[in-house]
Design a protein. Structure first.
Lengths: 163, 259
């Protein structure tokens, strides 16, 4: 069957798609947690304040969880999925655990971006990491990965074979 | 409306660029080979200029977390969230509608028990969002936000009111056709889709650079719901049908044994 085309998320998604705890796969500051964060930039290097980043990941043991509860955080289960809308500075962040597999799977949406983009964020020193898609470990332990929609530092975006 | 604000710095003036000029730009691009997916580099939608990647997407085989979409369940979504007409202690103003359809994967299999999120403007064309400064009235009884889970056959259904068209600042006298935003998940992470559903017979569709970024008319038609009289209800609401097809799943499909 022929797939339904995408369209931009537009400017007015926050009241629909953001929700309490959306970017906290585990509570911020909890034991064993790590912050994954960064800035989204446009082709002029300016921040993109109306982007939305989603991540999907394995738990610390390498298992990709298939359990509900992402929209009503508070259950004990780690769901392995989260969503972060950028702020006025183009900043996104997640509180999560380091996955037991080499990368976070990432989806990028924004006003002015007509279809979603996929990328990966590899852990530092991950085996087989794709060049340019490796997070930096900051002095305070946070993982940093900036996303450039365009420009000299344009992020490598991915597509997958159609089956 | 924030779209178009950056255009002044890019030699496009949203105040003086006419619909005629935008439509000419669209026609020139569409004269090339039509594409079923939206063009990311689509200058008639001015906000794409600095926000489209210029390099080819890199083809990779999905692995790890990419093979499995997030899972949502009844603890995530209450049934009442599928009715946008009863959320604020009173009836929103507007033409009451029901939008229903199926979410399928590229092989026609239903996407079962998966999250569907929607958001839309009110009947006057105003979003309940602080960034929307269009001087049309807010409706105290309407948030324009809904969620549901598909059923075991992939069906979703929302009760709402028909959204109004609204102006935006892409160019002079620019109007978005009435639409409902849809956010969808499949069984694989790679099937993620956010799109917009349009209404049949809307004269603004042909003028709209966001819709026309899908340069193949047959593909664009897949974003337009059909009026569904079988699902209109006597003296109550009008029915619309809209099916969504995601990309194929990479996972080996296991036929459910008991349903």
């Amino acid at each position: 069957m022929t797939e339904t085309p995408g369209q931009t998320v537009g400017p007015f998604f926050h009241h629909a798609l953001a929700y309490p705890g959306d970017s906290e796969l585990v509570p911020f500051g909890s034991a064993g947690s790590v912050v994954l964060h960064g800035y989204v930039h446009d082709g002029a290097g300016d921040p993109v304040p109306d982007a939305m980043i989603e991540i999907r990941q394995a738990d610390a043991s390498g298992v990709v969880p298939a359990v509900g509860g992402s929209l009503r955080r508070g259950g004990a289960a780690f769901t392995g999925w989260g969503r972060s809308c950028t702020d006025a500075a183009g900043h996104y962040w997640f509180s999560t655990v380091e996955p037991g597999l080499p990368f976070f799977a990432v989806t990028v949406f924004a006003r002015g971006l007509l279809d979603r983009l996929f990328t990966r964020i590899y852990l530092p020193d991950a085996p087989g990491a794709m060049e340019g898609l490796i997070a930096t470990r900051e002095a305070d332990g946070r993982l940093r990965f900036d996303i450039h929609l365009q420009g000299p530092s344009e992020t490598v975006f991915l597509t997958f074979p159609r089956t | 409306m924030v779209d178009g604000i950056r255009c002044a710095s890019l030699a496009f003036d949203p105040v003086t660029t006419s619909q005629h000029e935008i439509s000419d730009e669209i026609a020139k691009i569409q004269a090339d080979s039509p594409k079923g997916a939206p063009l990311l580099d689509f200058p008639p939608y001015r906000s794409t200029l600095l926000r489209h990647p210029t390099k080819e997407l890199r083809l990779v085989d999905p692995e790890g977390a990419e093979l499995l979409a997030p899972v949502f369940g009844h603890s995530d979504v209450a049934p009442v969230e599928a009715d946008l007409t009863i959320q604020r202690g009173g009836e929103p103003i507007g033409e009451r509608i029901r939008v229903h359809g199926r979410v399928l994967d590229g092989d026609g299999r239903p996407v079962r028990r998966q999250l569907v999120e929607i958001w839309q403007a009110n009947a006057a064309g105003r979003y309940s969002h602080q960034g929307d400064q269009h001087p049309a009235p807010l409706d105290p009884h309407f948030t324009g936000v809904g969620r549901c889970l598909t059923d075991d056959d992939g069906w979703y259904s929302f009760t709402s009111i028909k959204p109004g068209p609204y102006p935006w600042r892409n160019h002079h006298n620019a109007w978005r056709p009435a639409h409902i935003h849809f956010s969808l998940f499949g069984t694989d992470f790679t099937q993620r889709l956010i799109t917009q559903m349009y209404f049949p017979g809307d004269q603004l569709l042909a003028l709209d650079p966001i819709a026309q970024s899908i340069t193949d008319p047959a593909a664009l038609s897949r974003l337009i719901a059909t009026y569904d009289h079988e699902h209109s209800e006597h003296e109550w609401l009008l029915g619309y049908r809209w099916d969504i097809v995601l990309t194929g799943s990479h996972a080996t499909y296991l036929e459910p044994s008991d349903d």
